[in-house]
Write a protein that binds this ligand. Sequence first.
Ligand SMILES: *Cc1c(COP(=O)(O)O)cnc(C)c1O
Length: 404
Amino acid sequence: MADQSNEDAIQRRIRAMNERVSSIRLADMYFYNQPVAELRGGARVMVNGREMGMFASYSYLGLVGHPRINVAAREAIDRFGTGTHGVRSLAGTLTLHRELEETIAEFKGTEAAITYSSGYVTNLSVVSTLVGRGDYVISDKLNHASIVDGCLMSGAKFLRFNHNDMQALEARLQQIPSGAARLVIADAVFSMDGDLIDYPKMVELCRRYGAWLMIDEAHSLGVLGKTGRGIEEHFGMPGTIDIKMGTLSKTIPSVGGYVAARTDIIDYLRHASRAYIFSAALPPAQVAAAKAAFEVVKDEPWRIEKLRSNTRQFIEGLKERGLDTLFTQTAIVPVMCGSDEVAFNMTRLAQHQGIFVLPVVSPAVPPGLARLRATVTAAHEPAEIDAAMDIIQSAGRQVGLLNA
Ligand SMILES: *Cc1c(COP(=O)(O)O)cnc(C)c1O
């Protein structure tokens, strides 16, 4: 055994994490970082040499591998190559980038849009470019890590409120000195629980207290609203978000992040946000794929309908089978397990029967709230969803989560 007596804090941190990971591996409960070897149609993948039903995908409309999107990516490589000439502000901007940003602005109903190299980087850079020392930023406690990191990096006073508690949000707004700039940020759909922010109330509070409103639509683009435009469409409240942020890596099967907003806001971000100024432009194939994907979302509205009926079937079916799915209303369906160990065991049983789901355990969620985090997409057929739910139910019985 290595001598641990003179370890410094860095080495201790490294060892602690690696010990936790190896004890999980030893117990045959490590399910992370498993390579998908190939796609087999819309909702099936090859993992560890076996074909599984994919129930852990963010490709909500089933667009990964869509022929029209693949063709657009290939043509972009033929025309522009695989990289760019550097950062967007200097030689890195292609006509394709402009076209994608116009497409996003049109889709989101705003004057303009800007793209970044990932959704994570978008939140980090945009939040810290909008607010700074002397300002206030208010964030739901379950907001995505990239929002939290952006708030911390900004240097603004960082206030948080209990998840979806609008009274707590109001109390935060009241506590800010008058005259100070304030930005409220929330996920439209929460990435661990699948529930929606109380959007109408949040808009009302932002108006009453003069706060800017930024919404992260990572899990609502293509998911909420009749035409998949997002949470404003869902609640029939167009034009109520100041800063509409989203990712190009979930419903849109590419990579990157965006903000859609008024022209003056986008121009400001183009000249002030460091991730835009100091990091290379998105590669041509991914830009072309993203643009084609927005067009497919518009041209194939049946996908949104199908996602909606699959979601209904999955949530209602799991509840009928006695499982707790919290307050989800979307394609993100938590199957509550309680302890980390039960979540790991449920995962192993499900994967052994060909259902690819993953456990979410602490610290990603509070201790005692471990879960399978299952997702459905428009690529699933109703019979596949039924079969998956039966397997999850039988796993639940085997681990004692459900009565046999
Ligand atoms: C996935 C996600 C992001 C980050 O997007 P990437 O494009 O994967 O970097 C940001 N916010 C939320 C809510 C997300 O779920």
